[in-house]
Design a protein around this ligand. Sequence first.
Ligand SMILES: C[S@@+](CC[C@H](N)C(=O)[O-])C[C@H]1O[C@@H](n2cnc3c(N)ncnc32)[C@H](O)[C@@H]1O
Length: 237
Amino acid sequence: MPSASNRAHRGLPFANPMSEAAVDRMLDGLRLRPGALVLDSGCGSGEMLLRALERDPTWRGLGVDLDEDAIAQARARAGERLPGRDVRFEVRDAGDVSGRHDAVLNVGSSHVHGGYPAALGTLRTLVADGGAVVYGEGYWREEPSPGFLAALGGATEDELDTFGGLRSAAVAAGFEIEAVAEASDADWTRYEETLAANAEREGDSDALTYARRIRERRAIPGGTDTLGFALLLLRAG
Ligand SMILES: C[S@@+](CC[C@H](N)C(=O)[O-])C[C@H]1O[C@@H](n2cnc3c(N)ncnc32)[C@H](O)[C@@H]1O
């Protein structure tokens, strides 16, 4: 059976809180050459890579994720929406991908490259000079309380940065920041309430535990305004 997280995400385009409009705005800024190769490392069910490739009929894609169910969904979507196109989805550790790509999408998936901030350095090595990265990362809107970190499953404060720190780290890794988009409170509410409701409808103990963790975290002080998430459109200098 697919994981509780995978089932809770059914019907949602992305495994992150960003709105479809914000994602589309970032992808509009990719500006790649004809025939460009776009890598999505930790692609989940592939929606972001497919949207990128829908922007130019000559662009090619490689999506990599360890979740077999997510990759099966990505392949099915690609067959429906981009028949005959050069797009591959592979069950594979994204940490093993090498070579230079015209663009790299890495959203909610920095852990596949060693986590923030190391992932930014790896992403710079995976993208050609002048190429683009769409990087999606969490950050602290407020200092996390011990209770909030525990509710995240034992996270530590040093796993993430402030929004200013996140931007500085991207520049230090060799990127220019061309655009940013932050998830709004409404984006977070829509995303997390949908996840919890979907998981509760599933009804098995794994799914109910998944839903309860979301609802309990949202209910504690700071539960809805400590964690942020942003997309950064980065150009490799
Ligand atoms: C939060 S999801 C983000 C998915 C997608 N980028 C999105 O924003 O919709 C993180 C993804 O990373 C994948 N993942 C975790 N470790 C991985 C690894 N070493 N290599 C490839 N994918 C990995 C998970 O299976 C999951 O699909």
